[in-house]
Design a protein around this ligand. Structure first.
Ligand SMILES: [Zn+2]
Length: 351
């Protein structure tokens, strides 16, 4: 049995190939891929910025498809539509036992250092496939594979609950999803901040207020957020999802004494920090500072349940659809022009 696969064979060199369908190890499921996704991370992968653990590699860390074959009776039956969790923990270590496989020291990842979804078939550990309703639109299903579980993971770590008053700094695709998940998990007041008017417009239906912080210092931004929140002493939860150093400063200022600061955006670039001042400020206000990275299988259970309940609308995240063979061209366009905050859908199966 053969399949089409888009192989990464070198930096910015992706080639369509006809290869054998991989042999299925015990307790892995063979999945016929229906759809995958494309975004900035895939462009960085293709450019060789992230270790693929050898070449050739099939990229595509979002996998939505149908079960072909598996071993466990707990796996959805053949033909079932599933979304895959691409994070493959070792399953043995202390962190995997605790259900924290995204910080497993031996963690591997479909579409990064294991073959992923840019092929007709993919191998996925049976414990990493989650069933979806058969009529789930494929473009929405793709959003359930990374954007949603990442948001759910952050919100679970934040301790959000009924009555939480929250500020959210950075509302790109992840921040947008965080806002909806926070609402579904009980946050009663959410103020969203960004410097991009289109991001703020997209999230506005899900937030109580939006604040354009263009040109404001972190202290000014934090004051504007507290004012919009109607909480002069600050937010119960201040969530950083932009990855800008000044935004980290903003959320630290925006949290109330005893509140929680959650750091999700990965900061690139340098910042000046007077560490003793920073530490004293955090200590005297008893801030809870929490970081979140990736997601775990448990996040799929909650994320998929929220999606199926109708509490979320992920459609604004969906960008154009490209066929598998159109991926190299689409990646070049992303390198030149960015993604506009959208995930492109890679249509793999023709029907
Ligand atoms: Zn492990």
């Amino acid at each position: 049995m053969r399949m089409r696969a888009l192989l990464m064979v070198g930096e910015n060199r992706l080639e369509m190939a006809d290869i054998a369908i991989p042999e299925r190890p015990a307790n892995w499921a063979l999945v016929r891929v229906r759809a995958s996704a494309l975004g900035l991370f895939h462009q960085q992968m293709a450019a060789g910025m992230i270790d693929t653990g050898g070449l050739p590699r099939i990229l595509g860390h979002e996998v939505v498809g149908e079960i072909v074959e598996a071993d466990s009776p707990a796996t959805p039956p053949p033909g079932s539509l599933v979304v895959a969790d691409a994070v493959v923990g070792c399953g043995v270590c202390e962190w995997c036992v605790r259900g924290s496989e995204s910080i497993c020291p031996w963690m591997r990842h479909l579409g990064i250092d294991l073959d992923g979804g840019f092929a007709d078939y993919a191998l996925v550990p049976e414990s990493n496939v989650f069933p979806l309703a058969a009529d789930t639109p494929l473009d929405e299903a793709v959003m359930l594979s990374s954007a949603l579980p990442a948001a759910v993971h952050g919100m679970r770590r934040s301790g959000v609950g009924a009555g939480t008053r929250m500020v959210l700094s950075g509302v790109g695709s992840i921040g947008f999803t965080v806002c909806q998940v926070a609402r579904a998990m009980g946050a009663t007041k959410i103020v969203a901040a960004d410097v991009a008017a289109d991001h703020l417009a997209a999230v506005a239906p899900w937030a109580d207020a939006t604040v354009d912080v263009s040109g404001l210092s972190p202290a000014e931004s934090a004051e504007a957020l507290r004012e919009a929140l109607g909480a002069p002493h600050g937010a119960d939860l201040a969530f950083e999802a932009s990855g800008h150093p000044s935004s980290v400063d903003t959320v630290l200022h925006a949290a109330r004494p005893g509140g929680t600061v959650l750091l999700m955006g990965i900061v690139h670039g340098s910042a000046t920090l007077h560490f003793d001042d920073f530490l004293f400020d955090c200590i005297k206000r008893e801030l809870n500072i929490i970081a979140t990275f990736g997601f775990t299988r448990a996040d799929f259970l909650l994320g998929n349940a929220l999606y199926e309940s109708g509490a979320l609308d992920l459609r604004p995240l969906i960008g154009p659809t490209v066929p598998l063979e159109g991926v190299p061209e689409a990646l070049a366009a992303i390198a030149a022009d960015g993604t506009g905050g959208k995930r492109q859908i890679v249509q793999v199966a023709g029907d």
